[in-house]
Design a protein around this ligand. Structure first.
Ligand code: ADP
Ligand code: NA
Length: 330
């Protein structure tokens, strides 16, 4: 095909995805899979850079795959697979480690943040080399487009630097990928702490809307979302972060402009606005939740889909790896 090659992925770091993963990643993946030759990975090798429970990780991986499909990633059109099923990821990562500067890797701000949280002695070499594995993920597939959040921009830059370095030392091998950074309204904040990004790994889950929450739980979380006492439904990220976040969610899920939603709720209080939002979120997530649970009831079928897709990914990845090995003398 002459469609641009797209690669993206998510860690299986919880048993449910959260609404930010849906709005910031899955929704745009679903749209982009139409015009791109897309690979979507569940990056379990990345997930083990922090301590994991083996049974839980295996379960989370399957659940993440089911949620990708339920949210609209079509495994017969896109390649949806589990990273560790394709050994070339770890093999290319090793090669790229050998051309990555120690200082260069040490400048990655995400490593600095994560290792500061874990404590310098607890952080592993795997956590340090995380961005190099990510570079391998992307470069293996001759990826042109990588849809990511702003926090991944530096990792894509590193990927381009490593590709350029390898190409100039060993001959033209890798395609230089472009980051496609998410828009500001696609960034969702914690409902209880609306200046912090909503995250699967947030310490408190009170302000996190999970895709697999029961409808009544979702509604309750939205009704309890932190707002302000100005009582006007108006977008102002600085002065009104809570209301602005709810407006972003409303706008993306209804495919309506923020203006038109402000107009609709101009005369009503926050109660009516939140109630409308809760109904909207439940109407979007309820079918996704039902479909996910249905797929999890048939693990053999899900495993069959993942194995077929991993075989497709492996075909491309092995070609790149073979070229790399040839070029470097292995
Ligand atoms: P999490 O913080 O939930 O663990 P990840 O860091 O694994 O999420 O990111 C997975 C994908 O979801 C990425 O593409 C990321 O940009 C997107 N994403 C995560 N949280 C949000 C959010 N709060 N708003 C928008 N997009 C998000
Ligand atoms: Na995370």
């Amino acid at each position: 095909t002459n469609k641009p090659r797209l690669y993206s992925g998510m860690q299986p770091s919880s048993d449910s995805l959260q609404i930010g993963n849906y709005i910031g990643a899955l929704l745009s993946w679903k749209r982009m899979q139409e015009e791109c030759d897309a690979l979507f990975s569940i990056v379990d090798l990345h997930a083990i850079t922090v301590p994991q429970d083996p049974a839980q990780l295996r379960e989370n991986t399957r659940r993440t795959a089911a949620q990708y499909i339920a949210a609209g990633i079509d495994p017969s059109r896109s390649t949806l697979y589990v990273q560790s099923h394709v050994p070339a990821h770890a093999e290319l990562a090793w090669v790229l480690n050998t051309i990555t500067g120690f200082g260069e890797a040490g400048r990655m701000t995400q490593f600095k943040d994560k290792s500061a949280k874990q404590g310098a002695d607890a952080a592993s070499v795997g956590l340090f080399a995380y961005p190099v594995l990510m570079a391998a993920d992307i470069l293996l597939y001759r990826t042109e487009v990588v849809p990511v959040g702003e926090d991944q921009r530096q990792h894509i830059e590193l990927t381009r630097d490593l590709a350029t370095r390898f190409n100039s030392r060993f001959g033209d091998t890798f395609v230089l990928p472009e980051a496609r950074i998410l828009t500001e309204t696609a960034k969702i904040y914690d409902l209880q702490n609306p200046t912090a990004k909503m995250s699967k790994s947030a310490e408190s889950h009170a302000g996190v809307i999970w895709l697999l929450d029961e409808p009544s739980v979702t509604a309750k979380k939205i009704m309890r979302a932190v707002t302000d006492d100005d009582a006007s439904v108006r977008f102002d990220r600085e002065a009104k972060p809570g209301v602005s976040n709810l407006l972003s969610i409303y706008s993306v899920l209804s495919e309506r402009s923020v203006d038109s939603i402000e107009d609709e709720f101009a005369a009503s209080g926050y109660g009516a606005f939140k109630k409308g939002l809760a109904e909207l979120v439940v109407s979007v997530f309820e079918p996704i939740r039902a479909r996910t649970l249905e797929m999890l009831d048939d693990p053999a079928e899900l495993d069959r889909i993942l194995a077929g897709n991993a075989a497709r990914a492996q075909e491309i990845a092995d070609q790149t790896l073979q070229t790399v090995y040839d070029r470097i003398g292995l």
